[in-house]
Structures are given as C-alpha cells and as structure tokens.
Design a protein around this ligand. Structure first.
Ligand code: SAM
Ligand code: FES
Length: 349
C-alpha cells in the first residue's frame, strides 16, 4: 500500500482506512515519506518564530484551554511595541518568518493588525509574516494582504459536519471556517490548514474526510498535532491523541502532499518527549519555536503540560537546533516559502 501511495499520491477510502488503523506499515511509511521530503527539501528544516500575542478569545471551542468560557485562564495582550520587539529579537536569532498567533480577539482591530504587520515588514524586509488569528471577513483578510501578510494559518479542525458540531458551540460552523479558507486562498495567501489527531469523537472516517478536504484545498502548509486534554475545559476527561497516529498521518500527508510545509508541532513534542524529532523523521520539515515573552508564555495554555513555557527565546532556538541536528536534519535561516514542482525543477537545471 505504501508503494501505491508513493506512486499515485493517493489511495481509496478503504485503503486509507486500513492504513490508518494498523501500525503494520509505519516503518515503511516513514522511510518513504522521508525519501520524498529529502528529494524536495533535502535535510532543510525551516524555523518559524511563534509570537502568541493574545490569550483572549471570543470563541468557546470545547477543546481549547483559552476558550472564553474558561474563567481560570489568565488573559494577556501584547502591545504592538512588544510584538515588534519579539520580532526584533527573533530576527537577531536568525528567524525569517514570524507567526503572529492568538485567540480571536476583536481588541486588535484590522487597523492595528495591519499596522503591526507593516511595521514588521518595514523593519525586516527579508522576512515573511504569517497571521493565525482565526475567522474574519474577506474584507479584513484583504486588508491584511495589502499590509504585507504573506501567509495565514487556519486549521479546519475537522472536515466532518457532525464532528465539527461536537467540538464547537452552535455559534460556530464548519461552513464559515471553510469560507475563510477559500477566501484566504483566493486573495493569494500561502494558506495553512490542518486538524487535531485523536480529538473527542473522532473516527477514522473523519480523518479520511480531513484528508479529502485538504486534497481539495491544496494548502501550502498542513499543521496536525495530537489533541491534548486541558483540565479546565469540557473535554477534561477525554483521552489525548497518540504520537503514533499523529506520526502515521504526518507520513501519509507527506506522501500525498510532497511539497507541503508540515510542522513537527509543539503538541507532538508535548505528548512524547522526542515527538518533534520523530515528526521530522516521519516527513515534517518545519519547527516553530516560541518567541513570546517568557512572562506571558505560561498563560497561552491550549492544553495541559505544554512544553517550552519557561524558556527564553534564545534557549528554545538553541534547543531545537540541537534536536533537529540529532534527528539528522539542519535548521536553515530562510523565509522558507513553499516549493512547487516548477521551483524544484528550476533549481535542478
Ligand atoms: N484562534 C486561532 C484559530 O482558531 O485558528 C489560532 C489559535 S488556536 C488556539 C490554534 C490551534 O490550537 C487550533 O487550530 C487547534 O487546532 C489547536 N488547539 C487548541 N486546543 C488544543 C488542544 N486541547 N490540543 C491540541 N491542539 C489544540
Ligand atoms: Fe479561541 Fe481557542 S477557543 S483560540
């Protein structure tokens, strides 16, 4: 089955189900995924400096530690000046992509977001800016694009209607989530989507729907990580997802989307200590160290036991550099845009 996936970049639903429900093919999947990744990206691993700039959110996603219904969450907002100095620090540490992520926080108006993005781009012209601030109108997305935003991360979370409704309150809808993703794509962003692995009520069929949706969307980036339960959410008693299934999916996604940027996520590193290294060996090619100021990091708690909440940015950078090297890859200082068949072929000529 791995050979067929490698050859065709696709499998039937039945074959995918069989592949996802056994560990029998894990080793060969990993080998094939790593070979594909090396043929396009070599051993390069791109780093993204993650700035978690607000822990305030108007949404109430049942799985998320900073949902508005969690009265125990500590809320903070970074000022534009603080965000800029995080980016400045990151620049000196060799980051050339900044990911501004936060809850859905209307305190940050479109004008503020645009000003922050254009200030970063003016100071660091060789950098890419990625936003990950949830669902907004197409008009807002257009404004972010005009301000110089290069990329946008918005996981679809689950592509199955009934599953979506079990993870979110009635005020949110999968249709709206998808509308945002299609709008972002149409505007011209490099779009990232993805889902949690092992979220409550998830079935293999749901995962296959996730893959089918990604095949339709053809995102530049695909972020997946295990669901990890948070003690102050309605899902506190649910089991977390596993590293094994997450890694299996990373390999399947690499084989289906050879050119995609796929992070070895913090959630994967949280569920198992060498999760990110194993993610890289399974086909991932991006890591996202934290650049948020140390004093607020412990408050951006999406799930329990999140790693790297006490470290300085420079420490995180060093630690990941060592981990990536240990796994046999190399962190590169580059914007790290998504490659296409044309760019790879062009480079070979
Ligand atoms: N508000 C933005 C959004 O909704 O896209 C960005 C922030 S949101 C916290 C970033 C991602 O964290 C979500 O897309 C979700 O997949 C992930 N996440 C939230 N709670 C999680 C949990 N308990 N376990 C694992 N991942 C989680
Ligand atoms: Fe808004 Fe998680 S519920 S960021």
């Amino acid at each position: 089955m791995t050979e067929e996936l490698l050859r065709d970049g696709n499998l039937s639903d039945g074959e995918l189900k069989a592949l996802l429900e056994t560990d029998e093919y894990d080793a060969e999947l990993r080998t094939a995924a790593d070979a594909v990744r090396r043929s396009i990206y070599g051993t390069d691993v791109y780093i993204r400096g993650l700035i978690e700039f607000t822990s305030c959110c108007k949404n109430d996603c049942f799985y998320c530690g900073i949902r508005c219904g969690n009265r125990r969450a500590v809320r903070y907002r970074l000022t534009p000046g603080q965000i800029l100095s995080c980016a400045g620090l990151g620049y000196d540490l060799g980051f050339r992509t900044f990911v501004l992520q936060g809850g859905e926080d209307p305190y940050y108006t479109d004008d503020m977001i645009c000003r922050i993005v254009s200030d970063i781009k003016n100071r660091h012209g060789d950098c890419a800016v990625t936003l990950s601030i949830g669902e907004r109108s197409k008009e807002s997305y257009r404004a972010y694009w005009r301000a110089g935003t290069d990329r946008y991360l918005l996981r679809h979370e689950t592509a199955a209607e009934d599953h979506y409704r079990r993870l979110h309150p009635g005020s949110m809808s999968l249709a709206e989530r998808k509308r945002c993703l299609w709008d972002l794509k149409e505007i011209g962003f490099q779009v990232g989507s993805g889902f949690m692995v092992g979220s409550p009520y998830q079935t293999t069929e749901n995962l296959i729907e996730d893959i089918r949706f990604l095949q339709e969307l053809q995102p530049a980036m695909i972020g997946i990580g295990p669901f990890i339960s948070h003690k102050d959410t309605p899902f506190r008693d649910f089991k977390s997802g596993t590293a094994e299934l997450t890694l299996r999916l990373v390999s399947v996604l690499r084989l289906m989307f050879p050119y995609a940027l796929i992070p070895a996520t913090t959630a994967l590193g949280t569920i198992t200590p060498d999760g990110r290294e194993r993610g890289l060996s399974a086909g991932a090619n991006v890591v996202m160290p934290n650049l948020s100021p140390t004093d607020v990091r412990k408050y951006y708690l999406l799930y329990d036991n999140k790693i790297c909440t006490g470290d300085e940015a420079a420490e995180c950078r060093r630690c990941l550099e060592a981990r990536v090297a240990l796994a046999g890859y190399r962190i590169v200082t580059a914007r790290g845009d998504v490659k296409t068949q044309d760019t790879v072929r062009g480079a070979a000529v």
